[in-house]
Structure formats: structure tokens, C-alpha cells
Design a protein. Sequence first.
Length: 486
Amino acid sequence: MNKTNVRLLMTALMVAAMALILAAGCGGSSDGGEQVLGESENADEPGDHADNAEDAENAGSTDEVDGVSAGDDASAAGNELPPMTTTTLRPELDEPPVLADDLPDPLPEPTEANPFPPLPADSDEAVVVTSNNIVAPIVRSISDGHFVRTPCSNQRLLFNNRTLSRAHVVLDAGHGGREIGAVGSAGVREKDINLIVVNKTKELLEAQGATVVRTRTDDYSVTTQARGEIATRLAPYLFVSVHHNGGAPANDDRPGTIVFTKANNPDATRFGGIFHQNLNKFLLAKAAETQAVYDDYMTQRDAHQAAQEAYDAAVAAQNAAPAPEGVDPAAGGETNTTIQATPRPADANGPVLGPDGQPLTPPEPFDLEVPAPFNADTENLQFKFAGAGNSGVRSWIRDDGEDFLGVLRNTQGVPAVLAEFLYVTNPIEEALLADPEFLDAEAFILAQSIVEFLTTNNPGDGHVRDQFGDQNIGGGGRPSDCNESL
Ligand SMILES: [Zn+2]
């Protein structure tokens, strides 16, 4: 696309955006999003989050819809939006992010051969890493210590801790502590799998030479402010918040992956497209593979059922056959002219014979393992994804023009995305998420997508129109809900 076309496209987009804003009005219409996340981590400064939706930071996805976490957004759960269109709206993605004056210099340009070049040695200390591995952004340094922002957005003076100045990538495991996130019917909890995926992704990237920092390293609360501030201070190439969604009905052949991208950040938009493309390709293949397992199970189950029915019918036929007159089956076939024809038990007279007169043996017990999440009585095993109508790569912009999701709003100058991989609350997807190998695969795709972002100009796909307006997606990520761990 040439520059004129780009300008025309930009103009058209601005007009379209204005139209959407006007259409949405200020009343928090339902345009945004069905399931976007439920979680909301929000976390503004203590004090300015008095009202709800605005600070809901995180996501809107419905995670909490199932009521596990916040509770008050359960009502939003069933509130489905019309399907989003999936045209690619923002293909031009090569402008650098705008950095605020007080942010560190950009990292060295990655190359195809080296996505993670050496970090600058002269950067200021950005975060503290405590002895129990909690990461806290430095607010101010004094001669022998650091004032840090704690995971609950308090300030504390720490001494003698390790510090880090820069990172190539910051990974954010959504939720933690009392904030569980979405929970499936088999008990898979979002906060747990988010951290597993983050840990594995870190390991994979570090094997390629990356310095990776996690905003949450264990099961504890972290406000969205603290999460975002860690990324802002470290000024990485990319910040990725890992989430799994909840709440949507499961009725589609396409995955419901959502990637929220930091508003007006072309790098975030491009990474979102790469990740969406790679994850969806994998999920579609996984769905086909899983469906083949179901089909195979059903074929074998049906064949066993048919064999059992044939055997039972043969037994019934033999039971119903009268003994010849004068033969006493109970006496081993002894002849006695006074005995009348009578039904005899099949097993009294040798093997059960099939229609062809040959002996039948009873089918072996059917002990093929039932594929999760179904039970042996399930009649029809079909792999269906949840949330496809709401899938796509987009920004979610508040009425004041800022990112709706706090964790994206608080990552200043950093290409930042919040990804809802798939739905914990869909039992068939939950069964995948309960498998450690599947979580490893998610991590592999995330790591691979990060490297692809750094070493190519691929735009990815799955971009849809941005969503606008506020929406109450429940609490989360706020200081008031935070259990201090530091
Ligand atoms: Zn979440």
C-alpha cells in the first residue's frame, strides 16, 4: 500500500472511529464487549478509582463472569455482542512507539539473527527483585536503598536487594492471590495457568538469550498499577499480559482468542496480529486433532455396543427356543417321552450360536479411556470453541481516549497487549488447559510470536475494529482488593 492510500485509509478510519464514538455515546452502551474479560484489574492510583468501570483495567473479558472472582459482573456474562467483523483495519504498523521524556532510551534494534541484543549497560536501576523473588518498581533511590512500589501499590523502603535496569520482555500473569480469575467446572483456575504459561514462556525466551521479567512470580496479588509500572520502568520491547477468558457459550468452530492492544501503539497492534494468527492456527489444529480422538472413541464405542447387542440377541433367541419334545436339558439331554417342549436356558446347552450357527463369544468389556471432558454416556462428542464472535485483535478505548484496561493504560510508552488465549469456562477447552503439554504449547507459541515480532515485519491477522466506551467488568487489580506480599 502506498502512502496516499495509507492517508486515505487513516482518514477513513478516523471517520469510522468518530462514528463509532458518536454511536456509542457516553452511556456505556453495550458496545464493547461481551466478553472481554472480566477481570479487570485496574488499578489506578489509590484514590482515583472511585468508580468502577473506568478503572477496570483489565480486561473485559469475561473472566469473571463465572462469578468466581469479582462477583459483581456476573450480569455482564450473558450479554453477548453481535459478532465482530474481521477485516484488517490497521495494516501499517511500522511506526515506533512514542516514548515519554523521562523513559529510558529504546533498546538496541533486534536483528533476524539476534532478537535479543545486549541490553544497555548504563540504564538507571528500574526494579528491585527481593530475596523471595517479588519484583517491585523503583520509585526513588537513596544512597543505600530504594523506595519501591509494592505489589499492592504501597511505597516501601528496601535495602540490599538485587536490582534490574532493563529487560527485553516483561510478562504479566493475570490475577493472583485472592483474585482467581475465570474458573472452569473441572476446577482449572485462570490465575494458576496464567502463571504456568508465563513461567514457561520466560524459560523459552531466556534460552534464546532474552532477559525476561515477570510482574508476578507466584500466587499473590498485584495491582494493575504495579504491573504497568514495572513495564514502564524497564521499557522492554514488549509487555504481554497473559489471561484466559470465561463466560461465553461454546458453539463455534473458531477460537475465541482476543488480543487487546495498547491504544495508538502500532507495535502492539502488529504483535497482537502475529500472536492471534499463530495461536489460532495452533488451536484449529488442536481442535481437529481432539475431534479425531472423539470420533475414534465413538466409532469404537459404537462397534462394541453393536457386538454386545448381537450377542445379547443371540442369547435371547437361544433362551426362547423350546427344547425338543422328550428331551430334558436339565438332565443333560436325557430322553423321556413324558417331557414336553419347554424353553431352556442357553447356557445349559453349550455355546451361544450366532445366526450362522457358529458359536459366539461375549464381547470383552469396553475399557477405552473416555476422552475428557466427556463421560461414558455422552452421545455426541463435538469440539466447539467459546467466544468466537468476540474474537479479534483490537484496542479498547475509554470515553476519555485512554486504554480501558488498566494494565495497558499503565504501561507507558511500551508496546503492550493483554491476550485472552481461550476459555477456561468451556469444558472442552478446559480439558485442554488441564494438560501441562497444552500449556507448554501455549507458551511456545507466545515465545515464538515474540521472536517473530522482533525479527520480521509480519503484520499478523485477526484485526477488528477497536471497541469504545466504558463497561463494568468487575473489580480486580485495585489496591483495595490487594493482599500485600512485600
Ligand atoms: Zn483474566
